[in-house]
Design a binder for this molecule. Structure first.
Ligand SMILES: Nc1nc2c(ncn2[C@@H]2O[C@H](COP(=O)(O)OP(=O)(O)OP(=O)(O)O)[C@@H](O)[C@H]2O)c(=O)[nH]1
Ligand SMILES: [Mg+2]
Length: 247
């Protein structure tokens, strides 16, 4: 399969939601239903890497129900970072880009019911990024084994200490971005995998956009498999080291 944008790209919604997927057949239909049921002025863009479990086919079934769901199919697993930047580029190239763009995991670790809270925080603060944060007061993680908590805390510590970031949770992938920020930052985003979360925050700081955190409860995935591997962890560390070197 080649790169393909399937669905109505002539969207005109205030909010765009990018859902990167690899092997989310057990989650994606309900997630699209739940986002649609929020009754916001929203469009959804799924970036799927030819998941072998038929995720893309399920999205296409959902497209018959909802006119504001787009699917971008990539030929092979190409990383979370490029999935997000491809999604941003697609939204920015539409005739009327959304004013706000969300990213969230498609495995139900991020609760779609938190979208309105992130959105209203964004509208109040006029920030570049609002982060759904697990580590501010009121936020928490449920269901992770101790080892996974250590990886997350360590990644956050390294990013904060080495890049001088004041945020509590700079690796959370549940975010609301302003299109104003994305327009300025997209040319500087080159991450392949999970380090995209740090790269975006770093670009916001460099470009003098505010970043705000609002609490979320993160729930360990109940269905499907995690894609976080040693390759992703190495990629994250390598990005952080290079960023420190440049700063
Ligand atoms: N398109 C695409 N999506 C990806 C890729 N890697 C991960 N994803 C998606 O990105 C989101 C986050 O990936 P997860 O596997 O849940 O990673 P994680 O949340 O760090 O790990 P867990 O906490 O163990 O679930 C999910 O929606 C994945 O399906 C990729 O290479 N390409
Ligand atoms: Mg996950």
């Amino acid at each position: 399969m080649s790169y393909q944008l399937i669905g109505n790209s002539d969207l005109n919604a205030e909010v765009g939601v990018i859902l990167p997927t690899y092997g989310e057949a057990d989650n994606i239909a309900r997630l699209i239903d739940d986002i649609e049921n929020l009754k916001l002025d929203v469009s959804i863009l799924v970036i799927d890497d030819s998941s072998p479990d038929g995720t893309a086919e399920i999205v296409q079934q959902q497209q018959t129900k909802y006119p504001h769901v787009m699917l971008y199919s990539r030929p092979k697993k190409t990383g979370l970072g490029t999935a997000i930047t491809d999604g941003v580029k697609i939204y920015l190239s539409t005739q009327q880009p959304p004013k706000y763009v969300f990213t969230m995991d498609a495995d139900y670790s991020h609760n779609p019911k938190d979208i309105p809270q992130l959105l209203s925080t964004m509208k109040e603060c006029d920030c570049g990024i609002v982060i759904g944060s697990r580590y501010v007061e009121g936020g928490k993680i449920t269901g992770w084994p101790f080892s996974r908590k250590v990886i997350s805390k360590t990644a956050n510590y390294i990013a904060r200490a080495s890049l001088g970031l004041k945020l509590k949770d700079c690796t959370s992938g549940f975010r609301c971005y302003s299109t104003k920020f994305l327009n300025e930052a997209i040319g500087s985003l080159h991450s392949q995998t999970y380090e995209i979360q740090i790269e975006t925050v770093r670009q916001a700081t460099l470009k003098k956009f505010n970043v705000k955190e609002t609490p979320i409860v993160f729930v360990n995935r109940k269905r499907g498999k995690s894609k976080l591997s040693s390759t992703e962890i190495k990629s994250f560390l390598s990005y952080t080291m290079k960023a420190v070197w440049r700063s």
